[in-house]
Write a protein that binds this ligand. Structure first.
Ligand code: URA
Length: 264
């Protein structure tokens, strides 16, 4: 039967009921527990073990999701293949609750690659990163230093992606195992785009790229991630909540501009 609930909402409702002490799932119709069945029900035979043909056992049976992600990402020769590999990746539960894979936006020839956190509701709907309120602020920030995701010239362009390509339910923070599982795709993404600099937007992006959080201390100081110079910055969603931090964000944008002008 088709349900009006999405996967994550249905799961959250079930968990809520269990917390309240529900121990049994009941059917739509009443059950007469005093009724004696005519014959005892036959035990259901155990299903015959299925042997997977060797050729079908993709990245060797029992390989961890991270190993499978690494193999799939490593085999992608270009961005189209990487996108297809991510579409085909079945190990991340987030995919089941998402409407779309949010792969990337902007110009892959750009010198600047921006890595955000994960799609929100608007991004999930459109299948493009940073299209909601935070994305609109990001576009304004970039325009202030003459960069745009729509620019054709690589020196004015940006390319934008996220650590996670699927929306986490209720916009919760990505879990460490989700980040670890999808990191091989991010690494391959950067290797294929070969940007001159990477901007790590917010704590989750720092966690994935640098292995640590603490954006207030990390922001504005050049470091290296994915074998590329990178600049951690405040996430635009944080700037919407804390407009006072725009001052630091502006300083970081100028830092980025100076680096690009210097042709580093
Ligand atoms: N926040 C992100 O980090 N990425 C998006 O795509 C949207 C909001």
């Amino acid at each position: 039967m088709e349900s009006a609930l999405d996967f994550h909402t249905a799961k959250a409702l079930l968990e809520w009921q269990i917390e309240f002490g529900v121990t049994e799932a009941i059917g739509d119709g009443p059950v007469n527990r005093y009724e004696v069945p005519d014959k005892p029900a036959k035990p259901t035979p155990a299903p015959a073990p299925t042997t997977e043909p060797a050729a079908a056992s993709s990245a060797s049976a029992g390989a961890s999701p991270v190993a499978e992600a690494r193999a799939a990402a490593g085999a992608a020769a270009d961005l189209t293949a990487l996108r297809a590999a991510m579409e085909a990746f079945e190990h991340c539960e987030l995919k089941r609750g998402a409407r779309n894979l949010v792969f990337a936006d902007g110009n892959p020839s750009a010198r600047v690659m921006i890595i955000g956190e994960a799609p929100g509701r608007d991004e999930d709907r459109e299948g493009r990163p940073f299209v909601g309120r935070a994305g609109q602020l990001l576009d304004k920030m970039l325009a202030a230093i003459s960069l745009s995701r729509c620019a054709e010239a690589p020196e004015r362009a940006v390319y934008i992606t996220n650590v996670l390509p699927w929306r986490p339910p209720q916009n919760r923070d990505p879990k460490p195992d989700e980040i670890a599982m999808l990191l091989p795709f991010v690494e391959r993404h950067v290797a294929l785009v070969k940007p001159q600099v990477v901007v790590l937007m917010g704590n989750i992006s720092c966690q994935a790229g640098l292995g640590r959080r603490g954006i207030t201390r990390l922001r504005g100081a050049w470091t290296e991630a994915y074998g590329t110079p990178c600049l951690p910055m405040f996430h635009p969603a944080y700037l919407l909540r804390s407009p006072g931090a725009k001052r630091e964000a502006w300083a970081d944008l100028l830092e980025l501009q100076a680096r690009l002008r210097g042709g580093a």
